[in-house]
Design a protein around this ligand. Sequence first.
Ligand code: TRP
Length: 460
Amino acid sequence: MSKPRAQFATRIGVIAASVGSAIGLGNIWRFPYEAGQHGGGAFLLIYILFVFAIGVPIICSEFLIGRSSHSNVLGAFQKLEQKGSKWHLISYVGILSSLMILSFYSVVAGWTLEYTIQSVAGGLKDSSPDYLANYFQEFTTQSNRSLMWTIVFLLLNYLIIRKGLKNGIERMSNIMTPLLFVILLVFCVNSLMMPGAADGLKFLFVPDFSKITPKVMLGALGQAFFSLSLGVSTLITYASYFKKDVPLVRSASIIAGLDTLFAIVAGLIIFPALFTYGIEPTEGPKLVFEVLPYIFSQTPGGQIWAAAFFFLLFLASITSTISMSEISISFFCEEWKMTREKASMLNTVIAIVFGSLCALSFGAAADWKIFGMTVFDLFNFTTANLLMPVCGIVFAIFAGWFMDKKLVRSQLTNDETLKVRTYKSIVFSLRYIAPLAILSIFLYQHILLDLVFLFFSQNQ
Ligand code: TRP
């Protein structure tokens, strides 16, 4: 670690890179189907509550751990913990989870490439909802194409990550995020003029409190972690490249606000369309890949819109996978003393192996089930709903109780140069609200018991 560490060049670059990490398939693919499966309005309400009461404080904890240590995630805990304690072990959970997420995320990101190309080639033009449902089904079960796109995506990701921070991340996020938002807004207006708009809005915004169950709470918690890129130390790693003058709390709030805005706008596009076309909101991961192409095919100039949209979604995914990859790369470089080139290669090879299994989960490997889930579903479920929140509890408790209090304060207030009005509430959440809330959701959900039960019922 003798070389000076890279830093993000500009302050806006910092926000752009973290927003680029946060915004991606989580907002546009995962949020609508999770909200659809978990009752709409009730889910959204709890989701927003979790983003601000738990998410923002945990973003702050990751930021302050990263910036005060200037190190990869393992090194960060080793620098900050007291001698002999074992906090650093959590970093292995973070590294493992980041590789698992990269693997299944790349499958869906690969789908965006297929849909971009098909939009350009005209394969999705003039189609009916049935045709699109079949198209998706055939495309993902004819495993070779889905598998090929997963690998292509990971190789593209590799080309960017091997170059390091400045060349790749900042430049791309700065252009991509605003453009994607513009297209989203256009289609948001388009959807709001559909005949099913009122029903869609009602579904998304009017909570039916009887729908709030432990499963809905766990889904909302997992979605909040996933969408904010929390709990696998992405933000610890990014913050290790932050300069001294970055306002951590304000950045955390901006990231959470923008990320939620994108998810809601995506919801405003999807739900009016669902109710207009009579598609069930509970369809799961394939939902937006059936609905969006149909919306485009009904719009004048739809092919161009579709191509632009899926291409931007692909770019949004890549700014997210870059951030996932950075966790293991900085670890391989700093702890295993690999060159950046080799570390990027190792990251890519691991993701290709597991990503292929995830891609095949829709076709050839659809019957390989662990705990009753395909590899894709297992990776998606266990990372968001178990591993990330577990890391979140540990980060919160570490920053709230075990880190040097003066250091925490000086990080959050930039050595008292900033007035942070929410300082007390953030520390309070890190100490009590975040850990207790996550823990009670776990207990309430009996998540571990459920997994064990599923495992045994599967193997009987
Ligand atoms: N938050 C990103 C999205 O919504 C995905 C993502 C990027 C992520 N980095 C992560 C998820 C780290 C979990 C962990 O698409």
